[in-house]
Design a protein around this ligand. Sequence first.
Ligand SMILES: CC(C)(COP(=O)(O)OP(=O)(O)OC[C@H]1O[C@@H](n2cnc3c(N)ncnc32)[C@H](O)[C@@H]1OP(=O)(O)O)[C@@H](O)C(=O)NCCC(=O)NCCS
Length: 169
Amino acid sequence: MKIRPLIMADLPEIMTIECKACRFPWTIGNVRDSLNCGYVCFGIEISNKLIGYGILSVAAGESHVLNIVIDPDFQGQGYGTYLMRYLLYVAKRHGARIVFLEVRNSNKIAFQIYHRLGFNEIGIRKKYYPSEKGREDAIVLALELREEADFYYVDNQSVSDSDKNRIKC
Ligand SMILES: CC(C)(COP(=O)(O)OP(=O)(O)OC[C@H]1O[C@@H](n2cnc3c(N)ncnc32)[C@H](O)[C@@H]1OP(=O)(O)O)[C@@H](O)C(=O)NCCC(=O)NCCS
């Protein structure tokens, strides 16, 4: 398993995962713009196959996690948490002191991951997301990053599959 920067050639694989994993997927234009505009974009791969990705912006000491997705075939094995920890590490290394994100009110799995990592609820954005029933609220979460980036992620080299259990939080 390894985490690496995303490149434009990853676009088809990203879109395949996005459409498989998300009820309301980002458009190819959303993803392309993210890759083009200087956002921090990392993928997680196993045996050279992309199984997930995360995108965040960092500016003026603040970071926003814009998307994090794991291929449904690989969910529930710690990869989402692992990738999120890596994103926090990168955000800190880029000078962020605080990280924000929004999560659907109904997305209990993602909420649990963020809560465990120390994110706190700071607000609600009413009817922020499209949903099957019209619109759905977003919960806004924030995490004040610790001083040491290594608290979030220590080994930024490739990690073998056999080490997978080690990284599960
Ligand atoms: C949110 C997401 C990235 C999490 O990735 P993941 O690799 O499944 O996360 P983890 O394996 O680290 O899971 C963390 C916890 O959630 C649990 N979990 C994950 N998928 C689950 C599922 N389908 N059903 C029940 N529990 C699940 C895990 O078991 C784990 O809990 P545990 O440590 O008590 O066992 C992934 O579910 C996803 O891509 N969802 C669709 C896109 C999305 O919602 N992104 C977030 C936008 S804010």
